[in-house]
Write a protein that binds this ligand. Structure first.
Ligand code: NAD
Length: 253
């Protein structure tokens, strides 16, 4: 096991990559505080992990609010007595070109993708500093580097997230390692939401798979394997970077 006796908070853990990361981390011995908005799904994920012999608790909430993030850190300390890392995975698309998207949706997209990472980092870093060690893994996107039609708020927020990760790595090293993951098209509910911005969503998802050199969508398990590497001692000299995991999409540019 690669994460024995470690405690992690994982946001957006009720579906897609977050669920994949949670299940993988639990199998590697980590105790987990899972966050999400859908209470029923969250409790189901935590129960599934417990049935498999893992340790997980679920706390519902909206991560675009500071207090939700504060409560997650408190829950880690109350339930498991420590906090070794956070995976800020939750994300929101906020579709619409600049002339279409309304200010509330623009701000919410930044709050869910970028401000939430500041909030959870703000509350968790002092705990990890006190313990002398910690890791932060932030799920950004290739949208940080590449434009997608009708995704301006999402692309800008993910680009900001990559910059935030670089900055925090300098501010909080050497004790805390901080990295971003930039996935390409991964088969989760979010990619189908994203496809709604295209005239033929089914075709858009198929095309997304074909834009990869490997001719398939990623699976949540592919992303979980990278998150595990970044969370483990195997990556002990990696910080302040954003690792693209996209089946080769960016290689075509
Ligand atoms: N699927 C892709 O192709 C793809 C590509 C690049 C990056 N990403 C990023 O990967 C991450 C995980 O997404 P996914 O693809 O697994 O999709 P997903 O829809 O399965 O997961 C996103 C999760 O974030 C949660 N979430 C969103 N806003 C929230 C809020 N305000 N409060 C609490 N939870 C909130 C959602 O409820 C959901 O569970 C996201 O950050 C997304 O932007 C996805």
């Amino acid at each position: 096991m690669q994460l024995p006796a470690k405690t992690f908070i994982i946001t957006g853990a009720t579906s897609g990559m977050g669920r994949g990361i949670a299940e993988r981390f639990a199998r590697e011995g980590a105790s987990l505080v899972l966050s999400g908005r859908n209470e029923e799904r969250g409790r189901e994920v935590a129960a599934h992990i417990q049935e498999q012999g893992g340790k997980a608790t679920f706390l519902p909430g909206d991560i675009s609010l500071p207090e939700t993030n504060h409560q997650l850190v408190e829950s880690a300390l109350e339930n498991f007595g420590r906090l070794d890392g956070i995976v800020t995975n939750a994300g929101h698309l906020g579709l619409g070109a600049v002339t279409d998207i309304q200010p509330d949706e623009w701000h919410y997209t930044f709050a869910a993708n970028l401000h939430a990472v500041y909030y959870l980092s703000h509350y968790s870093i002092p705990v990890m500093q006190e313990q002398g060690k910690g890791v932060i893994i932030a799920t950004a996107s290739i949208a940080a580097y590449k434009s997608f039609p009708n995704h301006p708020a999402y692309c800008a927020a993910k680009a900001g997230l990559v910059a935030l990760v670089r900055q925090m790595a300098l501010d909080y090293g050497p004790a805390i390692r901080i990295n971003a993951i930039c996935p390409g098209p991964v088969d989760t509910p979010l990619i189908w939401d994203s496809a709604r911005a295209f005239p033929d969503p089914q075709k858009a998802v198929e095309n997304a798979a074909q834009t990869t050199a490997l001719k398939r969508l990623g699976a949540p398990q592919d992303i979980a394997a990278l998150a595990l590497f970044l969370a483990s001692e195997e990556s002990s000299w990696i910080t302040g970077t954003a690792i693209t995991i996209d089946g080769g999409v960016m290689a075509t540019r």
